[in-house]
Ligand binder design. Structure first.
Ligand SMILES: [Cu+2]
Length: 319
């Protein structure tokens, strides 16, 4: 008999063995909370955002590599009988916008006290790993598997100082500036922005290219380290509105949807205000702000013939 035949014959028995180990591991984890790892080799780490009511489940294999192809679900039960469980249905890794081994599930502890969190990981080979992890919830803190969750109740992503430049032309471009303060314990990424007032919205950075200021399209967006700040300001990083449905005048307010890699979507309002200065060198001040700058050749911009645009939006301003 060839080795491959043995492999085929052995796999059901092996599968059963793995399942038994997974169950045994679950019991062990329940009895003695600690870094979650059982004989399946799967490493499961829970990170809870109390403010965001989100549980992030990090999966890694025995070697520490991110596991991105599983489906993860979660059930929380209080340590005493009679309480209704809190459940989060299965999600895939990329459901939160990035396949990074971190699965994002909506979850809120409905009461203070001791909880058992049951994480179920359905793997691509059809097997499932279930793990019970202890959590203690007080009004002050959340502790999961013995680890105090670093995020305080107030620790969240804050978007401040939002403002848009006036823009004179329908079909033209506009610029929006803002600041993001990452009060959470993990790195974030401002991955994308959209708005009903523009055909396309891109994240740009104005750079000095041998004395000529140019705008560079950043398709990956901008990072905001844990505890750090991202500033979009004149002459630097900015949100670029392309193909405006209508001119933007001082006093207008536009709506933007920011998409973060982990926190998901955040809808914000940007007032249109006069914005002083572009942060550029004086010799380029004549062609002014980010909204009117030359774009780097090859950067992905959406050409928008002004006449098409006017017809398309004759019936309304889009505001
Ligand atoms: Cu730009």
């Amino acid at each position: 008999m060839k080795p491959t035949d043995w492999g085929a014959r052995l796999s059901p028995a092996l599968l059963l063995f793995v399942l038994i180990l997974a169950v045994a591991g679950g019991v062990a984890a329940c009895a003695a909370p600690g870094p979650a790892a059982d004989d399946s080799g799967l490493q499961i780490t829970l990170l809870y955002s109390r403010g965001g009511e989100i549980m992030r489940v990090r999966l890694a294999d025995a070697a520490g590599a991110a596991v991105t192809d599983a489906v993860v679900s979660l059930e929380g039960n209080m340590n005493h009988a009679g309480m209704v469980p809190v459940a989060a249905e299965g999600v895939t890794d990329d459901a939160d916008g990035s396949a990074d081994g971190q699965y994002t599930l909506p979850f809120a502890f409905s009461m203070l006290g001791d909880w058992i969190l049951t994480v179920t990981v359905e793997q691509t080979d059809g097997t499932a790993v279930k793990r019970d992890i202890d959590a203690q919830v007080t009004s002050e803190s959340v502790t999961i598997a013995g680890t105090l969750q670093a995020e305080t109740p107030g620790g969240e992503l804050q978007v401040t100082d939002v403002r848009a430049r006036p823009a004179p032309l329908a079909g033209g471009t506009g610029a929006v500036y803002l600041t993001v303060v990452n009060g959470t314990a993990e790195d974030e990424q401002l991955a994308a922005v959209s708005s009903p007032v523009a055909e396309a919205v891109e994240l740009h950075e104005t750079v000095d290219d041998n004395g000529v200021m140019r705008m560079r399209h950043e398709p990956e967006g901008f990072a905001i380290p844990a505890g750090g700040t991202l500033q979009l300001a004149p002459g630097g990083k900015h949100v670029m509105l392309i193909g405006l449905a209508a001119p933007l005048a001082v006093g207008d307010t536009i709506t933007l949807t920011l998409t973060f890699a982990h926190a998901g979507e955040k809808v914000i309002q940007a007032p249109v205000v006069e914005i002083e200065g572009s942060g550029q060198s004086p010799m380029h001040a004549s062609d002014g702000d980010d909204a009117h700058m030359e774009h780097q050749p090859g950067a992905s911009m959406t050409p928008t013939p002004a006449e098409e645009h006017d017809q398309e939006h004759d019936h309304g301003t889009g505001n």
